[in-house]
Write a protein that binds this ligand. Structure first.
Ligand code: AHR
Length: 334
């Protein structure tokens, strides 16, 4: 057995000081390595999440998914509802920076205008995850990853279905479009994808296009205006189920039969939308999944641990016809 070396008092003091400095140094490195902004390193993750609002059935399902997943993952969630206002989201993100949360996640109300606040988070060493909607920042180092849907594809799928349905149409097919919130990624991208797809048939024409802000009330109000201004509407393309559901009321009140007199295409596939499709009031839905919570929590853990994550993670989605909606409805969770 080797002999233990005894230390003199000054040596012992120096050794204690060195180990304190070493531990402190490791802890400090741990914080910056993992990208966490907090000074504590108790292994627990605190996430600050800024939600768009509560504008639609999709959003409600998304909020539930995030809250439930945080609880299941043991992540402390600080949640803020921005009521569809960018300034509220910026305020919430600044609060999270001040509170030194470990990760900030948010679903940006609009695409533009985030560089300043994202830079503030980066300078504070707090990683940001974009979920559901993306931003148009040129500097991709301002956030770690994006988790959500391919909105252009959703619009394209909606348009391609219509092109197929109307391939034998000999005259003009008049389309009205209910856009999502102005400046929001899903509004910009779904419009783009749909326009690209219907360009395949010059008979298909968007005769009016206006925002209904992703809400039922907005959908109803704008559809009323469309119906007053346009005697012949053949198709409605609504950027989400809720606006389509609001439009149903306007169409019925105008004495027309939704799904027959006017073909209705929407996006999301939440329960109420699927019911309308199963009932033949809607004709086609391109799915957009709100169940992002579990993947988001998983990403937060990886990012906090300093692991590499893909720059973009897209959700798998499908489309529904009336028959498919009837089949899927009994098991639809949201
Ligand atoms: O960003 C996703 C979109 O936002 C959903 O399609 C819509 O319903 C919601 O309000």
């Amino acid at each position: 057995m080797g002999k233990m070396r005894t230390q003199s008092a000054p040596w012992r003091a120096a050794a204690v000081l060195a180990s304190v400095l070493l531990v402190g140094g490791v802890a400090a490195c741990g914080n910056s390595d993992t990208g966490g902004g907090g000074t504590k390193d108790d292994g627990k993750i605190t996430m600050g999440f800024s939600q768009v609002g509560a504008e639609s059935g999709w959003r409600t399902a998304n909020t539930i998914s995030i809250k439930e997943a945080a609880t299941a993952a043991g992540i402390e969630l600080k949640f803020d509802d921005a009521q569809q206002k960018q300034e509220n989201q910026i305020k919430a993100i600044r609060n999270y920076i001040q509170q030194k949360v470990d990760v900030i996640a948010f679903s940006p109300v609009v695409e533009s205008g985030w560089d300043t606040v994202l830079k503030e988070a980066k300078d504070a060493g707090i990683p940001v995850i974009l979920t559901d909607r993306s931003v148009d920042s040129a500097d991709k180092s301002l956030y770690k990853t994006f988790l959500g849907s391919d909105f252009v594809k959703e619009g394209r799928l909606a348009g391609e279905w219509l092109v197929e349905q109307k391939k034998t149409a000999s005259g003009p097919v008049n389309i009205v479009e209910l856009q999502g919130s102005t400046g929001a990624a899903p509004a910009n991208d779904r419009k783009k994808g749909f326009a690209e797809a219907i360009a395949a048939n010059p008979n298909l024409k968007v005769i009016a296009s206006q925002t209904g802000d992703f809400t039922r009330a907005g959908g109803k109000q704008v559809m009323e205006q469309f119906l007053k201004a346009n005697p012949k509407i053949d198709v409605l393309f609504a950027h989400n189920d809720d606006m389509g559901l609001g439009a149903l009321e306007a169409i019925t009140a105008a004495g027309k039969v939704p799904g027959k007199d006017i073909t209705i295409i929407t996006i999301d596939a939440v329960k109420d939308g699927m019911q309308a499709l199963a009932d033949g009031k809607f004709n086609f839905i391109a799915e957009c999944s709100p169940l992002l919570g579990p993947q988001l929590m998983d990403l937060a853990k990886k990012v906090k641990a300093g692991q590499e994550v893909p720059a973009r993670i897209e959700t798998e989605e499908t489309t529904f016809t009336t028959e498919q909606a009837k089949e899927a409805l009994p098991n639809r969770k949201y």
